[in-house]
Design a protein around this ligand. Structure first.
Ligand code: FAD
Length: 279
């Protein structure tokens, strides 16, 4: 398959990348693992591509408040990192196959906002912030709808900030894989803090089955203040039904709406059990 014709520009700096998109229109090109396939399928015809692949936006650094992940950091680098919360390295390690993980980038993954992507779900649960050339956007506000984010046309993601996990805190990500692509048909991310045997904080998100990843506030409410035994986890996971609008649940040839709906509590529970074991 060939993409439609496009003009190619290579940016030497973030400012130049933004100027080139303002001048010529079109799209930033990072790993190309979502953009080129949608061009090949004629679902996008941006006319111009501004290659940002050589910008200095790759790498993971840590300071007192958290971890900063450059937009061009590959999924393989995140999967191999001990500096990021376990849920994030786990999710990155479950993306596609080794080729996808070695080319695909964190910035490209979240800018594309595919409902079946893993990182939006985990970044919501970890209360991440998306940093661009002009502002910082909470993950809660960043993911707007199917393939839609809060980014302006010429706005470039420079990094993602993730708070450090505090004491007695653990996180995990689990998903129901599409057996062919390994995209998520249901994905669940959880972060819990346990103090004196009781859950003092919980943050949970689900994705893959809705147009955009969703915070599971009913699950969180069912955890906080409770001892995290199997009864609590089962009841909390079941509460995810209250966080999902049945009319919003996606269905396709890989998994029906009803099947995804049934699987959501199963994967939320698995994520909670793994997060609790790490807390
Ligand atoms: C076979 C296959 C399997 C896959 N499986 C999974 C999976 O299991 N889970 C999963 O989550 N993903 C999966 N992916 C997608 C993969 O994770 C890609 O990394 C990701 O979707 C896009 O990242 P990219 O760097 O390739 O971005 P590109 O394809 O280069 O760009 C995607 C979009 O993001 C924009 N963009 C890129 N970088 C920036 C930036 N810094 N600022 C602003 N806009 C930007 C581009 O303009 C474009 O619109 C799969 C892809 C393939 C091909």
């Amino acid at each position: 398959m060939y993409p439609p014709k496009f003009d190619y520009y290579r940016a030497g700096s973030t400012d130049e990348a933004v100027s080139l998109v303002k001048e010529h229109g079109g799209k930033f090109l990072a790993g190309g693992h979502s953009l080129i396939p949608v061009m090949n399928l004629r679902l996008a015809d941006p006319g111009s591509l501004v290659d940002i692949g050589r910008l200095d936006l790759k790498g993971i650094s840590s300071d007192g408040s958290g971890v900063k992940i450059g937009a061009l950091t590959t999924h393989a680098m995140v999967a191999a990192s001990d500096a990021v919360p376990a849920a994030l390295s786990e999710a990155a390690g479950m993306i596609g196959d080794p080729q996808v993980r070695n080319r695909g980038t964190v910035g490209g993954n979240i800018a594309h906002a595919d409902p079946a992507s893993d990182l939006p779900t985990v970044l919501l649960a970890l209360k991440a912030t998306i940093n661009t050339n002009g502002r910082s956007i909470n993950a809660d506000d960043f993911f707007v709808d199917l393939f839609t984010t809060a980014l302006d046309e010429s706005e470039i993601i420079t990094s993602v900030s993730v708070p450090h996990e505090g004491a007695n805190t653990g996180s995990a990500y689990t998903k129901l894989f599409n057996p062919a692509s390994r995209y998520a048909m249901v994905g669940a991310a959880a972060q819990v803090t346990i103090e004196n045997g009781v859950c003092s904080a919980a943050s949970v998100a689900v994705g893959g089955l809705t147009p955009k990843a969703t915070r599971a506030s009913s699950v969180e409410a069912a955890l906080v203040g409770k001892p995290l035994n199997s009864d609590t986890l089962a009841a909390a996971a079941a509460a995810v039904a209250n966080d999902l609008d049945p009319d919003d649940i996606l269905g396709d040839i890989h998994a029906s709406t009803e099947y995804r709906q049934q699987m959501a509590p199963v994967f939320v529970r698995r994520a909670l059990e793994a997060a609790v074991s790490r807390a």
